[in-house]
Write a protein that binds this ligand. Structure first.
Ligand SMILES: Cc1cc2nc3c(=O)[nH]c(=O)nc-3n(C[C@H](O)[C@H](O)[C@H](O)COP(=O)(O)OP(=O)(O)OC[C@H]3O[C@@H](n4cnc5c(N)ncnc54)[C@H](O)[C@@H]3O)c2cc1C
Ligand code: SF4
Length: 504
């Protein structure tokens, strides 16, 4: 008889996961399951599926090499969902208890919470200790405050973990935040930027690719060339490669965009962090060792992981299940087909979407200021846009995708996460990228057939939502311009926007 049956999920691929902490090799069994519901609940990018399935299979092999007793269930149509498969395995092994680390997504947690009653076996759900901030700790912080600014949370985490902090609890370098130094445009003749580490698919990955080619032809995106790391060893090499080749300029060019540079100085590590191949504590410690690099790069990077990553997770668990139910602007437009096929004349959108199709990756500013900004000002229904982001990126799991999409880009939560909507006109895109020079639209033209759609949609968005937003002090300049705008101009903006939205 098995003492503990330890269930390891596809994003818990780490020897340090809490469910393995007290494992006894002779008495306990590990169960890992590939089930169709997890593969099919979203139109996941094919590269995302290869990443997760291959990393799971590699991790199971590692566990077996370390003499753990592992049952690995490979995908076939009869393996419907975790519960059915677990029921089946429990009949075989008759475990005394079931153990699992807290699932990262609400949907899965609700499924796990039913197991004890359904199977009549005690189930222990353990804290996910990979994160810096516990769910309860975030809730305590959130309940004690009027507003939930990320910056305040981030400073609290810096102090708690003594990261970039001196003996007097003051920030190293004198400032908490070097955001102001993170906004440089990439100069015209900037040398070619080193690409992230390319990992050649091994036999395990190749087998997953062959299986997917047969079974999942309808999923979004390009399956090959597949180059992601699928083991901890290769993910650590990817981290070293980032620190050596790109971290130095991560800070200054964090907000830049360039047509032929898909990754710029970004780390491309979220894909490994989110499934457990990298531990965020280790990543931060390694980055902090680079004391000779500019503070705006070190602090900028730490802020993303210790600040934003932890903060969005906190928001997710604090507000679920209601978080995705709101629609502050009552946005109802349908997501245009070009989000799936890239067929649009808008060069910035075409580039970001085609890159997403190829790589299952876009960096933060592409997600925020191009595809996200467009969805906001075009009034696309939040649920449809959230489903898109959850599907198309290899790092997409609801706990991190939803707050970024529903909250940060769409402001559908009414301002829990952001203090104002991140709407921007073509001017911003032109300032931070080189997309406009190859576009059929003219970024300098505000209205009419050749005008950049971001220009009139931007003003249309604020005109439409004036009542909801005009009291926001951060939008004072926007509404002061609107107050001085002629009725003819407003009419033109509405007419151009109406015509454009009809074509979608
Ligand atoms: C609309 C939208 C949807 C997003 N969906 C996801 C998602 O599904 N999964 C995901 O991991 N990130 C998501 N992000 C956050 C961010 O865009 C990605 O983490 C980042 O682009 C991943 O690339 P990178 O590893 O090169 O990041 P880098 O720019 O190198 O940043 C370093 C790390 O910081 C963390 N990070 C940075 N920004 C954020 C953020 N806003 N929220 C959480 N973590 C952050 C990531 O772990 C990332 O690997 C989303 C952002 C937006 C605007
Ligand atoms: S002109 Fe407008 S649509 Fe074209 S690339 Fe620039 S911002 Fe995008």
């Amino acid at each position: 008889m098995v003492r503990n049956l330890i269930v390891i999920l596809g994003d818990q691929l780490s020897f340090e996961i809490s469910s393995l902490e007290k494992i006894q090799k002779n008495d306990d069994k590990i169960l890992m399951m590939e089930v169709s519901n997890e593969i099919e609940y979203a139109n996941h990018h094919k590269k995302k599926l290869v990443l997760i399935l291959s990393a799971m299979r590699h991790f199971a092999d590692e566990l077996k090499k370390n003499e753990f007793d592992v049952t690995y269930v490979e995908f076939d149509k009869s393996k419907e969902n975790f519960t059915k498969e677990l029921e089946h395995q429990c009949k075989k092994f008759n475990p005394k208890t079931i153990k699992i680390t807290h699932p990262s997504e609400y949907r899965v947690l609700k499924e796990v919470e039913k197991w004890e009653k359904l199977l009549d076996i005690p189930v222990t759900i353990l804290e996910d200790t990979r994160f810096f901030c516990k769910i309860d700790e975030f809730a305590e912080w959130a309940n004690s405050r009027k507003d939930l600014k990320m910056e305040n949370f981030y400073q609290k985490m810096r102090k708690k973990y003594k990261i970039l902090i001196d003996e007097k609890e003051k920030p190293i370098g004198g400032k908490w935040n070097y955001d102001i130094k993170n906004r440089k445009r990439l100069p015209k003749n900037h040398p070619k930027i080193p690409l992230p580490l390319i990992c050649k698919p091994d036999k395990i990955t190749q087998r997953v690719i062959t299986q997917l080619k047969k079974e999942f032809t309808k999923h979004f995106g390009d399956l090959e060339p597949f180059w992601f790391a699928t083991t901890k060893k290769d993910a650590l090499e990817s981290l070293d490669d980032f620190i050596k080749n790109r971290l130095e300029f991560f800070g200054p060019y964090e907000d830049a965009m360039k047509e032929k540079e898909k990754f710029l100085y970004h780390s491309v590590l979220s894909i490994y962090l989110n499934i457990g191949l990298l531990n965020p504590h280790d990543v931060i410690q390694k980055v902090l060792q680079k004391k000779d690099l500019p503070i705006e790069s070190i602090e900028g990077f730490v802020r993303q992981i210790l600040g934003w990553r932890e903060y969005v997770r906190g928001i997710y668990w604090h507000y679920m299940p209601k978080y995705n139910q709101t629609n502050f602007f009552n946005a109802k437009n349908k997501i245009p087909n070009f989000y799936w096929n890239g067929e649009t004349k808008m060069n910035c959108m075409k580039n970001c979407i085609n890159q997403t199709k190829e790589e299952a990756y876009a960096h933060h500013i592409q997600r925020l200021m191009i595809t996200g900004n467009f969805a906001l000002i075009a009034g696309i229904e939040p649920k449809q846009i959230c489903d898109w982001y959850l599907s198309v990126y290899a790092d997409a799991f609801e706990w991190v995708e939803l707050p970024n999409t529903h909250g940060m880009i769409l402001y559908a939560d009414g301002g829990i996460l952001g203090s104002k909507p991140y709407a921007a006109s073509g001017n911003y895109i032109n300032k931070m990228s080189d997309y406009c020079k190859n576009c059929e639209y003219d970024v300098k033209v505000k209205n009419g057939k050749n005008a950049c759609p971001f220009n009139y949609l931007y003003w249309n968005f604020f005109l439409k939502n004036q009542k909801k937003l005009e009291k926001n002090p951060r939008l004072w300049t926007v509404f002061s311009t609107i107050r001085n705008m002629s009725e003819d101009k407003k009419k033109q903006i509405r007419s151009d926007s109406g015509k454009f939205l009809k074509t979608m």
